[in-house]
Design a protein. Structure first.
Length: 377
């Protein structure tokens, strides 16, 4: 049953199609979004076995260009973009000075000189844009504003993700984008769709091979309809969450937040400490031992489903953490979860239990990537 649309909720350019398809709609990140069309299990398996497509037009697109664009982004972004070639994509975070996360995002180095695209989480678009503008006011080396232009173009762009082992076949044969064959993981190319720019990116959030297609709102609607007519199943945010979770990918607000740093989340490899960036000193201190909590994976012995917010305990009953995301895995047929626990309880194979209502269910710490990902390298 669809929830009533709240006055303050936005709709993507594909909203009418979702309703016409009978999708179960629900608020997410300030948008009215499709949670499922048929069932989460069916849509999850379609992506793992063949291909499915997602409306991700709610994501944000912020463009930065100008003489000091590279220097500015390197100042606010944990990963290293110097020497980063056009056509490449990098994952990383923007952090507060205390190491907490403003957002996790993708940075695209465009083909025009000193030009970048930042793709940010839907719930954080306004916050990220304001924060980026604020940081641009003072270059710490000169005391002057960074010489760059920052444009939030999110309302002008739509985005479709085509994901699964047959994603390349779909993008090439159905859409005619033969350039997809030449794209490696985390690279992109510029194309044209009816006279407008289209970005084809070999990226995704499912653990499978796949592409993200950015273009105008009209172009997004046209491409969605072409894919629908070709029989590509639409998939909702329900299975997007189960897919990303199995692949060990974090969700902002659950595994990353102002209180959960990249180091706590086990994402220190995306923080390049041989350069200066906002939050570097705090994160270095955490790496050096000033870290009280760590994000871990837990596999339960039972089929009970651990949910976000459930307490994590030692075998003796001491509470040492909390579940951030949990499911009975569709692909693995196991009850698994991410949990933020005390550092002393984060080693692999450490016995831990999850309290579900009045009963505890034993398990152990395992690697956070529960499912073997299948990216094109």
């Amino acid at each position: 049953m669809n929830e009533p649309i709240q006055d303050n909720l936005q709709k993507t350019c594909l909203y009418d199609s979702h309703v016409a398809l009978g999708a179960r709609m629900s608020p997410f990140a300030g948008f009215m979004m499709p949670i499922q069309y048929t069932s989460i299990i069916e849509e999850h398996n379609a992506v793992r076995q063949k291909a499915g497509m997602f409306d991700v037009s709610h994501m944000g697109e912020i463009f930065i260009d100008g003489p000091e664009a590279e220097a500015f982004i390197n100042h606010i972004f944990t990963n290293e973009i110097r020497g980063f070639e056009p056509g490449k994509v990098l994952y990383g975070m923007m952090c507060y000075p205390d190491g907490g996360v403003v957002d996790d995002l993708l940075v695209y180095r465009e083909f025009a000189p000193e030009s970048f695209l930042l793709v940010v989480n839907a719930a954080n678009i306004a916050k990220d844009y304001e924060w980026i503008l604020a940081q641009a006011k003072a270059n710490p080396r000169t005391g002057k504003p960074f010489d760059c232009r920052i444009v939030n173009a999110s309302p002008e762009w739509g985005q479709i993700a085509v994901q699964g082992p047959e994603a390349e076949k779909v993008v090439v044969e159905v859409l005619g984008f033969s350039q997809a064959r030449d794209l490696q993981f985390y690279t992109f190319c510029d194309l044209e769709w009816h006279g407008s720019r289209l970005i084809l990116s070999r990226t995704g959030y499912t653990g499978e091979d796949g592409f993200e297609i950015y273009t105008t709102l009209d172009g997004t609607r046209e491409i969605w309809d072409i894919l629908l007519k070709a029989g590509v199943p639409p998939c909702g945010l329900g299975c997007r969450d189960t897919l990303r979770f199995e692949a060990g990918l974090p969700l902002y607000g659950d595994e990353l937040s102002p209180e959960i740093s990249p180091v706590m989340a086990g994402l220190g490899m995306f923080c390049k400490f041989d350069k200066d960036f906002i939050g570097r000193d705090a994160l270095l201190a955490q790496k050096a031992g000033e870290l009280s909590r760590k994000l871990v994976g837990i596999e339960l012995e039972d089929n009970a489903v651990p949910r976000a917010g459930y307490p994590v305990e030692t075998p003796e009953g001491a509470e040492v953490g909390v579940v951030t995301t949990g499911y009975h895995s569709i692909s693995l047929d196991k009850s698994i979860c991410f949990a933020l626990v005390g550092k002393d309880f984060s080693a692999l194979d450490t016995p831990l239990s999850v309290r579900i209502r009045k009963k505890t269910f034993p398990g152990k710490v395992v690697k956070k990537r529960f499912y073997q990902t299948n990216y094109k390298k």
